[in-house]
Design a protein around this ligand. Structure first.
Ligand code: CMC
Length: 444
């Protein structure tokens, strides 16, 4: 077998270095530090804005083959899980690494359900938000505030504490999300009903009105559960990376999760499902699709939301499932009229050279917003639904990071391109900048 190493010649010094190739195709960036001009030199480093080609961790949780459109949690195909599993079972798999047997599942379900209630002061805390506060903002703030209710969570090296916070967060996040929704509607908060399934209870906390017991529509309950499965983890995406980076300072998991939710909120990540529907509404009709596609290509307005992915260079398997799910949900809710615009948009984009050349395919967010809208969710709740599902993934990523002996506080390097040393000049001695550009060139 060929030697698993890389030989580098530094042409500045004519020295040669041998760097091991690990895991079938990985070199350690730190090995570059040995390549120096002289013993006092810092050594080489790699420059990789946005981590395009840098692995930040070793993980056993989620596998993606972006070229072939494959997604697996702990070795199980997403299609299999979406068809046969439930969100709570999948959450167990993601967090613990194996599918549970019946006894273990019942214990897990019980352990999650005993945590669905939130402290009354959390409810009061949420009442302080403005009536029109975005539910994602409320979620960020409230999950962050949970660290003040559970100070024991800072014992992150303690396995039992990590397990407890994991169960608490998975149990409580639907309750907080539902309270955020009820708050925006000016409706009284609904307490959890633990006789219902995880997803059925969430629907009850959202939509229960005066009836004594809310009975979720089984098709919609299952559809939402499947959507939760599809969103449960996605390896080192922006919010998982945020969770790991924040958690690497050894802060409690509530603070880290609040940061992950904030990362998810952005329109390039979990906020995209909200923007997809806004975009479809703006396009409005099938006839206007060609003009819209043209404008996306020209980059005049926004991007084609719900298209493209850093890792998938093929159809996102979650989007394929979302499309199928949409037709099932519409049988109950009636068709979302925007689906026609979405289908035409997909058809035209997938034949268009611009999208073909860049391997831009629908991603998970392309169809999910239409499903959520048909189910009666306001658009601002779409990223919140993503956050509920992703909580199990974030916690699994966090726990893996905490246990990984190779991990340290996340602290990238930079290439400093700013000013050379200069003397401080008193304010009244400073010259006027010559132009506005000069004054604002480096400002926010
Ligand atoms: N519409 C039009 N052009 C696009 C799009 C799009 N949706 N996505 C990428 N491109 C173009 C981009 O302009 C660039 O073109 P060029 O090479 O000529 O400069 C090329 O494709 C590569 O794009 P990139 O920005 O370098 O790719 P990235 O890997 O950094 O970005 C992405 C990935 C998801 C942020 C991006 O595709 C995007 O903005 N998509 C729309 C937002 C969206 O749907 N986000 C949800 C992602 S899936 C859910 C999740 O996991 O968060």
């Amino acid at each position: 077998m060929a030697k698993q190493s890389l030989t580098i010649t530094d042409n500045r010094t004519s020295k040669q270095y041998e760097i091991p190739i690990e895991e079938g195709g990985v070199i350690r960036a730190a090995a570059l530090r040995d390549i120096k001009l002289n013993p006092n030199d810092f050594g080489l480093m790699s420059y990789d804005p946005a981590f395009i080609n840098t692995a930040s961790c070793k993980s056993r949780i989620t596998f993606i083959d972006g070229d072939r459109g494959i997604l697996r949690y702990r070795g199980y195909a997403i299609e299999d899980l979406a068809e046969k599993s439930s969100y709570l079972e999948t959450a167990y798999l993601i967090v613990k690494g194996e599918l549970p047997n019946l006894k273990h599942f019942k214990t897990w379900e019980h352990n999650i359900k005993v945590h669905t209630m939130v402290h009354e002061n959390i409810k009061k805390f949420m009442e302080g938000f403005r009536y029109d506060a975005h539910p994602m903002g409320m979620l960020v703030g409230t999950v962050g505030a949970m660290s003040t209710f559970y100070p024991d969570a800072k014992n992150i090296e303690d396995l039992e504490s990590r397990r407890l916070q994991t169960r608490r967060l998975i149990g409580k996040i639907p309750t907080i999300a539902a309270y955020a929704y009820r708050h925006t509607r000016g409706l009284p908060y609904v307490y959890p009903d633990n006789e219902l399934s995880y997803t059925g209870n969430f629907l009850s906390m959202l939509f229960k009105m005066t009836e004594l017991k809310y009975e979720p529509d089984p098709i919609l309950e299952r559809a939402l559960d499947v959507l939760f499965i599809l969103h449960a983890d996605h390896e080192q995406n922006c919010s998982a990376n945020a969770m790991r980076a924040i958690g690497s300072s050894k802060v409690d998991p509530y603070s880290a999760t609040a940061g992950a939710i904030a990362a998810l909120f952005g329109p390039l990540h979990g906020g995209a499902n909200e923007d997809v529907v806004r975009m479809l509404m703006e396009i409005g009709s099938v006839e206007k699709v060609p003009a819209a596609v043209k404008s996306f290509k020209e980059g005049n307005s926004r991007r084609l939301m719900g298209f493209g992915h850093r890792v998938y260079k093929n159809y996102d398997p979650r989007a394929r499932f979302g499309k199928k799910l949409a037709s099932e949900v519409f049988k109950v809710t009636g068709e979302n009229p925007l689906i026609k615009v979405a289908l035409e948009l997909e058809r035209i984009a997938l034949e268009d050279d611009y999208f073909v050349a860049r391997k831009l395919y629908p991603n998970v967010d392309f169809y999910t917003g239409l499903i959520y809208q048909a189910m009666g969710f306001p658009m601002t709740m779409f990223p919140v639904l993503f956050a509920i599902a992703r909580t199990s993934g974030w916690l699994a990523q966090w726990a893996e990071m905490v246990r990984d002996p190779e991990q340290k506080i996340a602290r990238p390097r930079q290439i400093f391109i700013g000013s050379a040393p200069r003397d401080y000049i008193k304010m009244d001695h400073r010259p006027e900048p010559e132009s506005r550009e000069e004054r604002v060139s480096d400002s926010i």
